[in-house]
Design a protein around this ligand. Structure first.
Ligand SMILES: Cc1cc2nc3c(=O)[nH]c(=O)nc-3n(C[C@H](O)[C@H](O)[C@H](O)COP(=O)(O)O)c2cc1C
Length: 209
């Protein structure tokens, strides 16, 4: 099966070939897979930066324990969640939904109020955690899309989020760095590609009840 073959093919790439760049149409496919990702209520409370600038990536590498993927990959994706959930975010979603689905905004008012109401019991930290969690679903789609395109990727949490926020000027935009991913093509010298996958057996991971 193509999907399972692709998921077996992929691995968290440790060493990229810096001379190989992703074709623009493949980059668009990866971005579209991220854009089509499911999110809670459909709110998509995050932004995704596609960082190509070499100077910026040198700075970010220093804030990523010096991991070479940051500068050697073709692109660096930075998933940034909104730190707060504002009524405006929900109003914007309702406007978009009304426009796309040809609905009357008034008809959606109760739905918007329900979403706003569901946020009232959450602390600021819980809201930020909730929006950050959504970005991992998009990260998963990036990894799967890349594997189907035979593009290498590395999901990464080994970075200092506060430094990323500062370097990328995120705080003033109400954003936090949640997780990152590097994409490109593996180096022949990356020995990790030859290692067998380590995964729990199905009977341990799953339980039918
Ligand atoms: C959220 C997340 C964060 C990760 N952070 C890093 C990282 O900072 N650096 C790295 O080299 N690999 C990182 N990895 C890769 C994992 O170590 C890897 O996915 C895991 O060992 C399974 O191996 P595989 O992806 O090659 O099958 C991360 C993976 C995930 C999902």
């Amino acid at each position: 099966m193509e999907l399972i073959d692709s998921l077996n093919w992929r691995y968290a790439t440790k060493k990229f070939d810096p001379s190989k760049k992703i074709k623009p149409e493949d980059l668009e496919t990866i971005k579209e897979a991220i854009r089509l990702t499911a999110s809670s209520y459909g709110l998509q409370l995050y932004k995704v930066l596609v960082v190509e600038d070499p100077e910026l990536r040198e700075q970010l590498k220093l804030a990523s324990w010096g991991q070479p993927q940051i500068t050697d990959a073709s692109q660096l994706f930075v998933f940034c969640n909104y730190a707060e959930v504002k009524d405006q975010h929900i109003d914007d979603y309702i406007d978009l939904k009304a426009e796309v689905q040809g609905l009357d905004k008034e008809e959606l008012k109760d739905y918007g109020n329900m979403m706003k109401g569901s946020m009232t019991g959450l602390s600021d930290a819980q809201k930020s955690q909730w929006t950050a969690k959504q970005t991992y679903i998009a990260l998963g789609n990036l990894l799967t899309a890349c594997s189907l395109l035979r593009i290498d990727a590395c999901p990464m949490e080994g970075f200092e989020a506060a430094k990323y926020d500062q370097i990328l000027g995120l705080t003033e935009k109400g954003l936090n760095t949640a997780v990152i991913a590097t994409v490109g093509y593996r180096s022949e010298e990356d020995h990790t590609q030859f290692l067998k996958k380590v995964r729990k057996p199905s009977e341990v991971l799953f339980e039918s009840i």
